[in-house]
Structure formats: structure tokens, C-alpha cells
Design a protein around this ligand. Sequence first.
Ligand SMILES: [Zn+2]
Ligand SMILES: [Zn+2]
Length: 189
Amino acid sequence: MALVVLEGMRFHAFHGVHPEEQVLGTAYVVNVEVQTGIAEAAKTDSIEQATVNYETVFQICMAEMAQPRKLLETVVTNIIKRMKRQFPQMKGIKVQVRKLNPPISTRMRAMKNTADYQPIGGSAEAAWVQDEGNFESKCPRCKTSFLCYADETCWCKELNNLHPATQETLKRQFGTTCLCPKCLKLYAG
Ligand SMILES: [Zn+2]
Ligand SMILES: [Zn+2]
């Protein structure tokens, strides 16, 4: 297993619920870590064989950072979704979006029990959200390991010649329509 990492990507973006964040924007740092196999890419030293190339990772992050969202959770989730659509070979992924010097209101409207509240100055260096996914799975039919994204971005959804009746059979028999490529080909016929 190998890691492909792009860290410290910097963007100026307009996420957040505060008006100043939406108008003036804030500085962000994005980190992406992909678990993958790199044997083929290293053997041929070719970009076509690279399962995950970091220039594309950067562009995916840039595209999502350019869409203003209220929550960092939404940004992180959408980056992961785009990564899954782009790269069918990821064993796992970790994405972190950091908002630098987030504006924080010192008016205590959200906090409960403010009776003993005495305001002082304060700030935070960063607010960040991170999520991760692990896509290694065991084929319920033959028990070999394979990759499944377990949603509409999975490669298996492109094998769309599965008859609806076959899909029903698979669901009944294995609880899922996502088997390893070898087994699924048997059913796709
Ligand atoms: Zn199988
Ligand atoms: Zn799948």
C-alpha cells in the first residue's frame, strides 16, 4: 500500500455563515491523502499509469473550493465524492479542509448558561473538518479483496448491463449488487 498526498493546498474561498466570510472570503488550506497501489506507475514512470495524479487532485479541490458553502462538512464530502468519480482505484482517502483565522463571534448567543460570562479577547488559528473513507472490501461470493465505493460512484455501477432481475437475485443472495469484478462479470454475462 502506498500513499499519494497533496498537502498545504492554499485557496481563498467564500465558505461560511458569517457575512464577512461570504463577501471578503477567508484563507483555507486543504490536505488530501489517498491510499493506493503505485506499482504500475512506478514500473513505467508514466502519468497514464498513475492511479492518482496530484495535479488532478488539486483541480478537484479548486473546483469545490470555488463553490461557496455554509459548512466545511459539505466541502469535504463533495471533494471526496469528486475524487471517487475521478479515480476508480483508491483504497482509501482522507480529506481535511482548514479555515484559517476563522471569524468567531464573542457574543454568546449559542452557548447555554451565560450567567457567569465575562467577555475577554480571543481568537482561533484554524477550524477544520476531516473525513475519510476506506474502500477495501471482501467479495461476498468468492471472498477475495476488491475495491467498492459503496455508492453511485462505484465502478460496478458502470456495468449497467445487469438485468433488474439479476440485481434482485444478487441483493437477495449477497445483500448487495457489488461483487468483485470477476464475479460480477459472471452475472453481467
Ligand atoms: Zn468475487
Ligand atoms: Zn461497488
